[in-house]
Design a protein around this ligand. Structure first.
Ligand code: F0G
Length: 466
């Protein structure tokens, strides 16, 4: 039989109109936004690839689930549905819901990190690292070197480098390492997975030294898909089996349910240690809400429970990652420098290579995302020096090896035609790349500066000249 192309495993029941803008409107909008795509109004955006966080389309089942919201202050039936789904698919015992991922990171960091501690992780994530620092810890990157090389085709660039981890243990002592933070499908590396072999070895090394391992499970389902595709021995395993196996090597997780779990808001902290669960329940009431709702409505928890079940269906995850790979391949074919291999949740453009005339001090990735918006109405996100922030000791900007623009694909939202238009927009900008102008700060907030900073062009008043 002739092999057929795959397609999305759904059809569309409700549509949300998009608004096209003129070039002139976008020029004004980006100035008003201080050349920061986070500060644009979404009504001025045509195709919104800012983030895959909270931007998923829910299924008809999930919308039906919203109507079953039990909005009791305590003991909502939806909490128990959520707990069952997490226990079944992630395998953890105790579940503390939070309003989103950083709520869980806050609680975990405050409970386990002491002043002067070190927290190793496979590359930093912005909110995760900040919570570790606010709790008195120092983040230490122990990811494999290949993760910092955007051209490396290594299939598991999310892996922990066990030698780096051992060196940290030798240097500071295991008692100053409360836990290792293990991210699946590492966001800042370009959506790159860890292998199960590496997860197993990492957790063995940690546990041997009495160091706990906490998973950032935000994109663990996407990681499970890559394991099925790439790791010998898992070709015929189900996504659900692989997900359970990933989690089984860890002591708990923080979760931003706004990604894999196919909902617009929500998160949780999961642990297997009963005492730690009790302490976390005691903290959640201070910052989030009672331990059976954690800042969420009952209906949100119901939608999340249903989303978890949908997320592990093979046809769903194949289409989700397949769409990202489709866009990535189009850009590769057009000669655009992107991070290899194409990741699970987005295509990451190598901005410094795309704009060689802009120095790192003039933030090529920030300029590129602003210019792409002006060119096409497509909204992307900076993931480079602006996101990395400043060194606490010296106050100097940190310039990570990866200076990237992320085209992040929301789940189940856009069509292949939107991917084509996006690719054409990037290609057109690439042809005119010498017209893009670098940026400098005019306002820089103290925490997570990429969200709210404002910029101006280093010369003239436009980020994209005619
Ligand atoms: N961990 C990872 C790996 C994330 O990507 C995010 C959020 C969080 C934790 C925090 O979760 O937003 O629910 O509080 N990432 C979003 C993004 C913001 O666009 O990548 P949150």
């Amino acid at each position: 039989m002739k092999k057929r192309a795959w397609a999305e495993p759904f059809k569309i029941k409700m549509v949300e109109p998009l608004r096209m803008t003129t070039r002139e409107e976008r020029e004004q909008a980006i100035v008003a936004a201080g050349f920061n795509t986070f500060l644009l109004h979404s009504r001025d955006v045509y195709i919104d690839l800012l983030t895959d966080s909270g931007t998923s389309a829910m299924s008809d089942r999930q919308w039906a689930g919203l109507m079953l919201g039990d909005e009791a202050y305590a003991g909502s039936v939806n909490f128990y549905h959520l707990q069952e789904a997490i226990q079944e698919f992630y395998g953890y015992q105790y579940i503390i819901p939070t309003h989103q991922g950083r709520g869980a990171e806050h609680i975990l960091s405050q409970l386990l990190i002491r002043e002067g501690d070190y927290v190793p992780g496979n590359m930093y994530f912005t909110t995760t690292k900040l919570h570790q620092e606010l709790a008195g810890g120092t983040f230490v990157d122990v990811i494999v070197d290949q993760a910092h090389d955007p051209d490396s085709e290594f299939p598991f660039k999310g892996n922990v480098d066990l030698d780096k981890l051992q060196a940290l243990i030798d240097r500071v002592g295991a008692k100053h390492i409360p836990y290792l933070s293990l991210e699946t499908n590492v966001n800042m590396a370009g959506g790159q997975p860890c292998s199960l072999a590496n997860i197993r070895d990492t957790s063995e090394l940690c546990h041997k030294h009495g160091i706990r391992v906490f998973l950032d499970a935000t994109r663990a389902v996407e990681n499970a898909y890559f394991i099925k595709q790439r790791e010998v021995g898992y070709e015929s395993a189900t996504i659900a089996d692989i997900l359970r196996e990933i989690c089984s090597h860890t002591d708990g997780c923080t979760m931003s349910a706004k990604k894999d779990c196919l909902v617009n808001i929500g998160g949780w902290l999961a642990v297997n240690d009963e005492d730690l669960a009790a302490q976390a329940r005691n903290k959640v009431v201070i910052y989030e809400g009672l331990h059976t709702y954690g800042g969420l409505a009952g209906r949100d928890m119901e939608a999340m429970a249903i989303g978890i079940r949908e997320s592990v269906v093979y046809e769903h995850i194949r289409a989700r990652v397949g769409q990202v790979e489709y866009l990535g391949q189009r850009l590769i074919d057009a000669g655009i420098p992107v991070v290899h291999p194409i990741g699970g949740h987005g295509v990451f453009i190598q901005a410094a290579k795309f704009l060689p005339h802009i120095s790192r001090e003039a933030f090529p990735a920030q300029a590129l995302s602003a210019a792409l918006y002006v060119e096409s109405g497509v909204r992307a996100m900076e993931r480079g020096a602006v996101s990395a922030g400043r060194d606490h000791a010296t106050g100097e900007n940190i310039y990570p090896k990866l200076e990237l623009v992320r085209l992040t694909i929301p789940r189940r939202v856009y069509t292949q035609a939107h991917m084509d238009v996006t690719a054409e927009s990037v290609e057109e900008l690439y042809e005119n790349r010498d017209r893009v102008v670098g940026l400098r700060f005019i306002y820089e907030p103290q925490y997570l500066r990429f969200f709210q900073s404002r910029f101006e062009p280093i010369e003239g008043n436009r980020v994209l000249n005619d």
